[in-house]
Write a protein that binds this ligand. Structure first.
Ligand SMILES: [Zn+2]
Length: 393
């Protein structure tokens, strides 16, 4: 009986993911033409290592670890830069961006010695494109060693809620291995977007009229498409992806709201879409798997209705935000943003402003700023359901 009971518990309870060890530091070294990358690890982990092309990257997956190393480590030699962070529940990922094609010539563990802990060493040597592409193919089986444990959202029934609450899914942009841009106050976009999403959630929950879900409520990465899939699994009535922009002019400030369009409304919108859509590349996602369940859907009637609702909500959000948050001129914009491609969930991407502007960045990082954004968003959502959806649907 006891055994049966435990099995049932294991199957139904959410499975918490525990870190399997610590990374206490990383370092780079150069010996002749070989670049050495060393990971100081507490456990007996054997990383999964694979290569991805265009751009040239080496991806190192570990089971979920606590990162205790600093971030001031400079890359050298063949490695232009690196990122690290939670990729999915259970997988901690390090991505090395290469200056030119280079392959792993050696990878091995070193036991702890007096004064030094366990280490994992990755040696990288210069190569050419042909050899690199062959290495991408031969390393492919490694891709799923840890990353197969993709964190799936909760199973949601297809029936709409019976209590009449509207379902809102908030999507804090970036996360985990994809930090987003770094602002004028030294706080990454992924941190700011999560704070704002939580503030909006709390504001909506206070009203009692909404059921609110976040695509992430911790520092974890989701693929662009997974974000709107979460909204679809929840049967969302509205999906809001939250971001904070960056530009190399620190004086530029102000928020904007984006809808999906195949063609961008202006050059800046086009550049923004290129930046935001790059998330999967930054995170070392294998892009050669085409998962285009919504291709060609833009001409579909359902999609047209969704886009119409999305545009009306964007107008309301621009108007309401404008009352308390500085907005750009022509703040309602269009761009080909991957995260807005749910065919049946009205969706907008809210750029709250520019993290590269000191005033904007301090505002987003303050409780007061987050509360003002949350209240404006709640007012826009209230109006959307009372005026637009209430009449049209
Ligand atoms: Zn962003």
């Amino acid at each position: 009986m006891l055994a049966l009971c435990c099995i049932a518990l294991v199957m139904t309870a959410p499975v918490p993911v525990y870190a399997s060890g610590d990374v206490s530091g990383v370092r780079f070294g150069q010996n002749g033409d070989t670049t050495r990358f060393v990971i100081e690890l507490s456990g007996d982990t054997k990383p999964a290592i694979f290569l991805l092309a265009d751009p040239y990257r080496i991806v190192i997956d570990l089971p979920e670890v606590n990162w205790r190393g600093g971030d001031a480590v400079r890359s050298t030699g063949l490695v232009e830069g690196y990122r690290h962070g939670l990729f999915t529940g259970g997988t901690y990922r390090i991505v090395l961006d290469l200056k030119s094609p280079a392959i792993v010539s050696n990878a091995f563990s070193l036991p702890a010695t007096s004064g030094k802990g366990k280490r994992y060493v990755v040696d990288i040597k210069p190569s050419n494109r042909t050899e690199f592409i062959a290495a991408v193919a031969s390393s492919k089986p490694q891709r799923s060693r840890y990353a197969a444990k993709v964190e799936k959202g909760p199973a949601v029934s297809n029936s709409r809620r019976k209590d009449g609450k509207h379902i809102i899914v908030l999507d804090p942009g970036h996360g985990g291995i994809d930090p987003g841009n770094l602002g004028a106050i030294g706080v990454h976009e992924k941190v700011i977007t999560l704070k704002i999403a939580r503030a909006i959630r709390d504001e909506l929950n206070k009203s009692g009229r909404y059921e609110v879900h976040l695509t992430r409520d911790r520092d974890i990465f989701h693929k662009v498409r997974e974000r709107f899939r979460i909204a679809r699994r929840h049967n969302a009535d509205l999906f809001i992806s939250i971001h904070a922009d960056s530009i190399n002019n620190p004086r530029v400030k102000g928020g904007s709201v984006y809808n999906l369009s195949e063609t961008a409304s202006d050059k800046e919108a086009e550049r923004l879409a290129a930046r935001e859509n790059k998330s999967d590349v930054l995170a070392g996602v294998n892009l050669d798997v085409v998962e285009d369940e919504v291709s060609g859907i833009l001409i579909d009637l359902a999609q047209r209705e969704t886009m119409n609702y999305s545009a009306q909500f964007a107008e309301l959000l621009v108007a309401e935000m404008g009352g308390s948050v500085p907005m750009l001129d022509r703040a309602h914009r269009y761009a080909n943003l991957g995260v807005l491609k749910a065919p049946d969930v009205p969706s907008v991407l809210l750029e709250v402003g520019y993290l590269t502007n000191l005033t904007n960045a301090r505002f987003f990082n303050s409780k007061k700023g987050q509360a003002l954004i949350a209240q404006s968003t709640r007012r826009a959502i209230d109006q959307y359901f009372s005026k637009i959806v209430g009449q049209g649907r």
